[in-house]
Design a binder for this molecule. Sequence first.
Ligand code: 5BU
Length: 262
Amino acid sequence: VRTRLTYETRANLAKSPLAKRLFNLMANKQTNLCLAADLTKAADILDMAEKCGPYICLLKTHVDIVEDFSDSFISSLQTLAKQHNFVLMEDRKFADIGNTVSLQYSKGIYKISSWADLVTAHTLPGRSIVQGLKAALEGEERGVFLLAEMSSSGNLIDDKYKETSVKIATEGGDVDFVAGVVCQSSNCFAFPGLIQLTPGVKINENVDKLGQQYQTPEHVVKQLGADIAVVGRGILQASNPQQAAINYRDRLWAAYTERVAK
Ligand code: 5BU
């Protein structure tokens, strides 16, 4: 079972260079925490990245919510990523035909492919979405996480959609570009070389007012099979975000070490 294997072992099984790099980073840095930096001012995101950087493996952005987006914001974020050794993911959730996602990925104001190590994509359009994203690259080392499940209540994803999404992630000629799967269950996929990213993690709440559903760090890692847990407001809205990041990191890492020791 993939969830019993260590991140080091799984790094060696990964087909995606980005997955390999991220698994090794997690093992060396001893963190499986992703910060969802959902803030609307560039300076606030950079401040949070500075404070939480030492405790995260991944920093996840939604660049289209940043009111003062600029190229210098991106270069500052990249400097922090280097300095504190974390990977950048733009949670763009691409969902269009290959040609359009190729343009959305590399062009426009955000030029996502020029800086985001990882992006997310829906599988709704079929496997051409993976081909379309890959077509935008010019030799950069990049990866995609495909959505197979969502954390929101009442989402329309059923078992068939989930299974086909995992097929797209694990079969065909573009699997070296797929670094992982965004999902909510340990039986979602079997291949140990892929990373399971799981959002919807918070210590003190079960839901928000807009359909989000939360689980505890221990539950997502031990029961739901998360390799990386995404925490946004649990850290961002804490009275001391850095201390909250440390707390989430410690609990998530302890849950992982218990999971692989069993
Ligand atoms: P929160 O503040 O911890 O609720 O933020 C969760 C983040 O994860 C947020 O950026 C969402 O866009 C993202 N997310 C999610 O919550 N649920 C999903 O199924 C997917 C992404 Br896919």
